[in-house]
Design a binder for this molecule. Structure first.
Ligand code: MSP
Length: 655
């Protein structure tokens, strides 16, 4: 692939209605599109990734009224929450479009004029049913018990003058297009459904409204605003610069259109696979190359949706598990095109099994052993052991690269992750079979020890590169530990790790979360959990049971107490008790979450010398990883007082 000009790759999410703030459903499509965009960048493609907000229409106008706000002010506020979601979820979008922007008005007006010039618009009277939740016209025959067939919501009777688009004219052109482009709509079964719908005959579509104002006025007839879907679908062209009159933008349209992948939920297939190509054909533009429709996240068996009221907030999961774990869960769990259930137990189980146990262990044991047996320097490779394990592992790595990259290209992130995790488990088994800890005791087997650790570290490098689209932060952290730079999938293969490199600081990747689902729920929504299995590092004396029995000196020395200096301190949001401290332990800088917020203001602590337990197993508290515990004394029911040792340098052992 090297040497070839980069292929243009354009990926979009639906633009989201701003009648309410985002939930896991919106977050999912956005994370999926992000993983797709990142995977294409790793393949060397020239990527343009678009997301944004769909701000016009009656639904938004009514939501603003219900909130007692001006429509524009309401739109600005809710649109900002979708933009924030992109930052919160590490979304690498190249643009964020809002349909209330002037550039979008220009593009939509241009499409309207073209469609009008093609003779595809005429004025008539619309009388029928309308679902404001879905912003669709509902034919009499499709109502179910008088309600919308898609969302089950109430439909309203409309009777107003309207422009019509001659959709009926595009029945045959659409069928011809589907026949010529079998990959146009995926999964394929969806194309069959759409074909059946179109074959049955298409009715002309009402594309303007006069009964409300919050929309783009029809050129030359401002009593009408455009139907929100006519306006919304055009966003995909607006962002390329369509309608701006700028030659550079025209070139961009030429480059990225129609090489686009529209990712959508399955409820908006008709708008994307029937209306949109018909509008484009009418405007003299080619239909999009590919529409990929995914299933729904269900909560309690029903589609997660604001109108049902069964939504999960992405923020709660990010707080407890971190962004990468949420991204991993959704991309691992939902088979493309099918529905999947979202639950706290599901996320917790995957976190502990796949991330903490499988991947976390592999990375930690590999790094620790290179630290211990090779002074933190990547040892030389070499595959000459005669048990065949090394060659088999290298072959496994190469096979996994091919399988995972192929799955990402098909947007099957779940399949890609299954492949990668099969490799993670194989490397763990390889380590267990080779027993480097045994080899390390025998100087004659030094070569095999080095070869084993090299192979493990090399496989970890490949795993980090492959998980990068799904877990960009974890990938970067693993690469930081390995001391390797930004990944590429071009030429990714076993054996690419350079020997002699020095490992960076080793840190826990996904500390195990020992709590129950109830603890996790409490962490997400409230203060600390009631019965935390991994408790907030409590100041000594506050919660410890009374001392019983005696310790040997060896037992005591297992607790690594060290002097540390507080470099930074801040309150943990939504917690009365917890402070997040950044401390210098002499050997490293690390974060410790401590239950001392009721006794100390953060500013008082910076620069103070304290004592920490440096070798405590890391734990996640309110979504923050705490690596250690601070020592403090307190009387029964009293506030904690930190133990300090002024005049002692960070790192000094306390004993
Ligand atoms: N504004 C239109 C789309 C216009 S595109 C030109 C719209 N907006 S929406 O806010 O309702 O977002 C719908 C999209 O959000 C779905 O197509 C899907 O991408 C995502 N999801 C919303 N709820 C979802 C689930 N419960 N599960 C999975 N995805 C969901 O429709």
């Amino acid at each position: 692939m090297t040497g070839l000009a980069p292929r243009p790759f354009y990926v979009t999410t639906p633009i989201y209605y701003i009648n309410a703030e985002p939930h896991i459903g919106h977050a999912y499509t956005t994370m999926l599109a992000d993983a797709v965009a990142r995977s294409r960048r790793l393949l060397g493609d020239e990527v343009f990734f678009l997301t944004g907000t769909d701000e016009h229409g009656q639904k938004v106008e009514r939501a603003a009224q219900a909130a007692g706000e001006g429509t524009r002010q309401f739109a600005d506020r809710v649109a900002a929450s979708f933009r924030r979601m992109c930052g919160d979820l590490r979304i690498s979008n190249d643009d964020f479009i809002r349909t209330t922007e002037p550039r979008h008005f220009r593009a939509v007006e241009e499409i309207w004029r073209r469609v009008e010039a093609a003779g595809d618009l005429y004025k008539g009277d619309y009388e029928g049913w309308y679902c404001t939740t879905c912003e669709v016209f509902v034919p009499e025959t499709q109502r179910v018990n008088g309600r919308c067939p898609t969302c089950g919501g109430k439909v309203e009777r409309l009777k107003e003058e309207s422009y019509y688009f001659r959709l009926s004219k595009y029945r045959q052109p659409l069928l011809d297009f589907y026949a010529a482009h079998p990959g146009f709509l995926q999964p394929r079964i969806r194309l069959n459904e759409v074909r059946t719908f179109v074959e049955a005959g298409l009715q002309d579509l009402s594309v303007s409204r006069t009964s409300f104002r919050w929309g783009i006025p029809v050129p030359g007839d401002p009593a009408h605003v455009m139907y929100v879907w006519f306006d919304a679908l055009t966003n995909y062209l607006t962002a390329l610069g369509f309608g701006s009159g700028d030659p550079a933008a025209d070139a961009r349209v030429g480059r990225f259109w129609p090489a686009v992948t529209h990712l959508v939920g399955k409820e908006i297939i008709r708008q994307h696979a029937v209306y949109w190509p018909a509008f484009l054909m009418s405007a003299g533009l080619p239909p999009p190359a590919r529409i990929v429709a995914h299933g729904w996240w269900l909560m309690g068996g029903a589609k997660m949706s604001k109108s049902v009221g069964n939504v999960a907030r992405y923020q709660d999961y990010v707080r407890v598990f971190g962004v990468d774990a949420l991204r991993y869960f959704v991309m691992r769990e939902m088979p493309l095109g099918q529905d999947a259930s979202f639950s706290e137990d599901g996320v917790l189980a995957r976190y502990n099994a796949d991330l903490a146990n499988d991947l976390g262990n592999l990375v930690s044991r590999t790094m620790t052993m290179i630290g211990r047996y090779c002074n933190g320097v990547i040892p030389p490779g070499g595959r000459e052991a005669d048990d065949g394990l090394d060659a088999a592992l290298a072959a496994d790595v190469d096979r996994t690269v091919a399988a995972a990259v192929g799955a990402f290209e098909r947007l099957e992130t779940g399949v890609a992750l299954q492949e990668i995790w099969a490799l993670v488990r194989s490397v763990n088994q390889y380590i267990v079979r080779r027993e480097p800890w045994g080899l390390a005791k025998d100087p004659d087997r030094r070569h095999l020890l080095e070869c084993t650790l090299y192979q493990a570290a090399d496989a970890v490098r490949v795993v980090a590169a492959l998980v990068d689209p799904v877990m960009p932060e974890a990938s970067a952290r693993i690469r930081g530990m390995l001391g390797v730079g930004a990944p590429t999938w071009v030429g990714l293969a076993a054996g690419g790790l350079e020997a002699g490199g020095r490992l960076g600081p080793v840190e826990p990747l996904f500390p195990r979360i020992e709590g129950t689902v109830e603890d996790v729920r409490a962490m997400a929504t409230d203060e600390a959990p009631q019965t935390p299995a991994a408790p907030p590092a409590p100041p000594a004396g506050t919660e410890a049971p009374p001392a019983t029995g005696t310790l040997s000196i060896d037992e005591f020395m297992k607790v690594e107490l060290r002097v540390a200096k507080v470099l930074g301190a801040e309150r943990v949001p939504r917690s009365k008790k917890l402070l997040k401290l950044l401390v210098d332990t002499g050997a490293d800088q690390r974060t410790i979450v401590a239950g001392i917020a009721e006794a100390y203001e953060p500013e008082q602590l910076v620069g103070r010398t304290i004592v920490v337990v440096a070798n405590l197993k890391p734990a996640k508290l309110m979504g923050i990883e705490s690596s250690g515990m601070v020592l403090a004394a307190s009387e029964e029911g009293g506030l904690p007082a930190l133990i300090g040792v002024e005049g002692t340098a960070p790192g000094a052992r306390v004993r």
